[in-house]
Design a protein around this ligand. Structure first.
Ligand code: SAM
Length: 299
């Protein structure tokens, strides 16, 4: 690897060299129903590039820590694979995926379109005990849209002034959400959702050479605690996750916070790691770490 570089950077410098371009996220189709903390819309252009490097078209994309699932959805919509498997442990998020991928999708879309959003209705809807999966799905989407940063974990506050002073309603786009639900529901036969532990599912698919894995766990490795504030389920056994990735027959790609422990895990498995520039939801420029067996296509 070093011999290919004219400047003879050290291995350490090369591994973490930053590609200069920041893709414009506004040009990426927004397909998820969620506005998701840690969402990977910014990764979509890299996903396409990654897929263009495979000698044969993978049959399946597995997203073991799905959250808003933008990567799995993009793979399904852009026909990059025949089948997408999304896994998520949080029951609130699971309720949304289970509903959107069932006959109740139409009910959910209609419920959103007919909801009269004001402070009183929001509090009534969010304090009710949901009597069914589809009601929990509606409650989750509403909470995701009226909470600051889209955070669903306990302790998250509500949006106050919002965009253009529109307050609580500033992220509530009922027609857009209904359309996205209809669009996702139209791909029901190609998207499977599993409510469960992403790590166990990765292990189940270890021998599937025609599956690829997009692994985006909550960031709680390396002493960084951001994940614990953003997600209800934020504890993941990161060393075990790296071992499970190492055992995969298929290609995989992981995204992580750029933390020393994470770099050390990657190095101990002889994976490559690079930082990628992105803009966060506040349009601040940041970098995230991408890890895989080979990342020369990122240069
Ligand atoms: C960084 S977020 C994923 C964001 C996603 N890539 C997106 O673009 O929206 C990590 C997700 O993993 C979920 N999670 C945490 N532990 C899990 C586990 N053991 N199995 C599956 N999902 C888990 C969290 O609830 C959270 O939604």
């Amino acid at each position: 690897m070093v011999s290919r570089n004219p400047k003879q950077l050290t291995l350490f410098e090369m591994d973490y060299a930053v590609p200069s371009k920041i893709y414009n996220v506004a040009s990426v189709p927004q397909r998820s129903i969620f506005r998701y903390p840690g969402g990977k819309t910014w990764f979509v252009p890299y996903l396409r590039k990654w897929f263009s490097t495979f000698p044969a078209r993978p049959t399946t994309l597995i997203e073991p820590f799905a959250g808003g699932g933008i990567i799995g959805l993009t793979a399904a919509f852009e026909n990059l694979v025949d089948r997408v498997v999304l896994i998520e442990r949080d029951p609130q998020i699971a309720a949304v995926w289970n509903t959107v991928l069932s006959a109740d999708a139409l009910w959910l879309a209609a419920k959103i379109v007919n909801f009269d959003l004001n402070a009183g209705q929001v509090e009534t809807a969010l304090t009710a005990v949901p009597a069914s999966t589809r009601e929990l799905a509606f409650q989750t989407i509403l909470r995701n849209r009226v909470n600051r940063g889209g955070i669903l974990a306990a302790g998250a506050g509500r949006i106050k002034n919002g965009e253009n002073g529109k307050g609580l309603a500033s992220r509530w786009y009922p027609q857009t959400l209904a359309k996205r639900i209809h669009d996702i529901a139209s791909l029901q036969d190609r998207i499977q959702f599993i409510e469960g532990d992403g790590l166990s599912i990765i292990r189940q698919y270890s021998d599937a050479a025609d599956a690829v894995f997009f692994i985006d766990p909550p960031y709680t490795a390396g002493g960084k605690r951001a994940g614990s504030r953003l997600y209800t389920y934020s504890e993941v056994d990161h060393p075990m996750l790296f071992c499970a990735a190492d055992a995969l027959s298929g290609h995989f790609l992981m995204t992580y916070d750029d933390a020393d422990d994470v770099r050390a895990f990657a190095q101990s498995h002889q994976f490559e790691a690079r930082t990628i520039p992105m803009k966060n939801t506040h349009h601040a420029e940041m970098t995230e770490l991408v890890i895989s067996r080979h990342l020369n296509w990122l240069a």
